[in-house]
Design a protein around this ligand. Structure first.
Ligand code: HEC
Length: 110
């Protein structure tokens, strides 16, 4: 006989079996993605900007700590005025521009 108590236990067992306890919360996934975008953007800043900015004291050296605060300025110099990176030989590839854009956009989310 399937008593109400037994059927209840079966429901619990079945739910337990199909619950994915390893799945991450949405918020955690978003943080992971943002950090990955930041790291990829940092790679661009570090290889395409810092070598030159290091030469003179009054220029900013980009780090993982300061880059988010400087995002607006970087966006302005790279995408609005297109002054940076300075020098004809120092152009960013379309992929590198994409990485900077994706990182900047990820910061503008509410
Ligand atoms: C070949 C040299 C060179 C490269 C490469 C270069 N910069 Fe600059 N950058 C300068 C100089 C010189 C200045 C000082 C202002 C000027 O002369 O326009 C400057 C100023 C800046 C400034 C404003 C002042 C400051 O230091 O905060 C920003 C922002 C900036 N650069 C961002 C970048 C970014 C982002 C890249 C890489 C995508 C880059 N630069 C690559 C030479 C360079």
């Amino acid at each position: 006989m399937l008593t109400p108590v037994k059927s209840f236990l079966w429901v619990v067992v079945i739910l337990y079996t199909f619950t994915d306890f390893s799945s991450k919360k949405d918020s955690e996934t978003t943080i992971d993605q943002t950090q990955t975008l930041q790291k990829e953007a940092f790679y661009v800043l570090n290889t395409k900007c810092n070598f030159c900015h290091e030469e003179k004291r009054n220029r900013t050296i980009f780090t993982l700590e300061n880059m988010n605060i400087l995002a607006k300025t970087i966006e302005y110099q790279v995408f609005t005025t297109r002054k940076m990176p300075k020098g004809r030989k120092n152009k960013l590839s379309p992929l590198e521009e994409e990485k900077l854009k994706n990182w900047i956009n990820s910061l503008q989310k509410p």
